[in-house]
Design a protein around this ligand. Structure first.
Ligand code: NAD
Length: 229
C-alpha cells in the first residue's frame, strides 16, 4: 500500500480531511500534520469519537489516522522559531514541529512516503482588501500559504518514493478578482500556482515526483468561514 502525509488537517470540515478519506478509501496509510495550536482539540476530538461519523469509508470501516504530527509550516527548523512562539503555552507541550523535524520524524517512523498533500493556508489580514494590507500581513500570507509548500517539498523530497505525487490546493482568486479574498491571499495562490510549475520541473527531473495543484471550489471549511464564504 501507499503511504500519504497530509499537512493541514485539524478537523473534519476541510479539504485535507476529505483528501485523507479518499486516499484511505483507496487503501493508503494516512499520516497527518496538524497545526500546533489546533493539535490538542483535534487529538481530543479524535479520541473521544467526535469524528467517528465522518471517519466512515465507503466500505463501512472507519478511516485510521496512523499518526498525527504537530506541524507549524511557517518554521523550517528550530533555529527559525522566535522566543515568543517557543515559550507560548500552545506550543510548549509539543516538540519537533518545524518542517525539517517533521520530515525527520516521518523518516524515522516510516522510512518513506508516496504522497504528500499540502492543504494549509493562512492569511492574517485576509478580510482586508489588498490595497489596505500591511507588508507584515502580506508576507505572512505568502509564508504560510506559498513558501510552506516549497519548504515541505524541500524537506520531504528525500523520503518520497520515486513515482510519488504531491498536491496542493489553490483557488481561482489567483487569476480573477475576488473581493473578500484579501490580505495577500490572492497573491499567495498566484505564487503557489507558478511555483507548482517550476517545482514540477525540478522534482520531476530530480526524482520522478509529480507536483500538481488543484484549484478547488468554495467549501465551508473553518478557514473559509473566517472570510464569510
Ligand atoms: P481548513 O481550515 O480545513 O485547512 C487549513 C488548515 O491549515 C487548518 O487545519 C489550519 O490549522 C492549517 N494551518 C494554518 N496555518 C498553518 C501553519 N502555519 N502550519 C500548519 N498548518 C497550518 O480549510 P480548507 O479551506 O480546507 O483549506 C485547505 C486548503 O484548501 C488551503 O490551501 C485553502 O486555501 C484551499 N482552498 C480552500 C477553498 C475553500 O473554499 N475552502 C477553496 C480553494 C482552495
Amino acid at each position: 500500500g501507499k503511504r500519504a502525509f497530509i499537512a493541514g488537517v485539524a478537523d473534519d470540515n476541510g479539504y485535507g480531511w476529505a483528501i485523507a478519506k479518499a486516499l484511505a478509501a483507496a487503501g493508503a496509510d494516512i499520516l497527518v500534520g496538524t497545526w500546533v495550536p489546533a493539535l490538542n482539540i483535534f487529538e481530543t476530538s479524535l479520541r473521544r469519537g467526535k469524528f467517528d461519523g465522518s471517519r466512515r469509508l465507503p466500505n463501512g470501516s472507519l478511516m485510521e489516522i496512523v499518526k498525527v504530527y504537530p506541524l507549524d509550516a511557517v518554521f523550517d527548523s528550530p533555529e527559525d522559531v522566535p522566543e515568543d512562539i517557543r515559550t507560548n503555552k500552545r506550543y510548549a507541550g509539543s516538540s519537533n514541529w518545524t518542517v525539517k523535524e517533521v520530515a525527520e520524524s516521518v523518516k524515522n517512523d516510516f522510512g518513506s512516503i508516496d504522497i504528500l498533500v499540502h492543504s494549509l493556508a493562512n492569511g492574517p489580514e485576509v478580510t482586508k482588501p489588498l490595497l489596505e494590507t500591511s507588508r507584515k500581513g502580506y508576507l505572512a500570507a505568502l509564508s504560510a500559504s506559498s513558501y510552506s509548500y516549497i519548504s515541505l517539498l524541500q524537506h520531504f523530497l528525500p523520503i518520497i518514493n520515486p513515482g510519488g505525487a504531491t498536491i496542493s490546493l489553490t483557488y481561482i482568486a489567483s487569476e480573477r478578482t475576488f473581493p473578500g479574498y484579501g490580505g495577500g491571499m490572492s497573491s499567495a495562490k498566484a505564487a503557489l500556482e507558478s511555483d507548482t510549475k517550476v517545482l514540477a520541473f525540478e522534482a520531476g527531473r530530480k526524482k520522478q515526483i509529480r507536483v500538481n495543484a488543484i484549484s478547488a471550489g468554495p467549501l465551508g471549511s473553518r478557514a473559509a468561514k473566517a472570510i464569510g464564504f
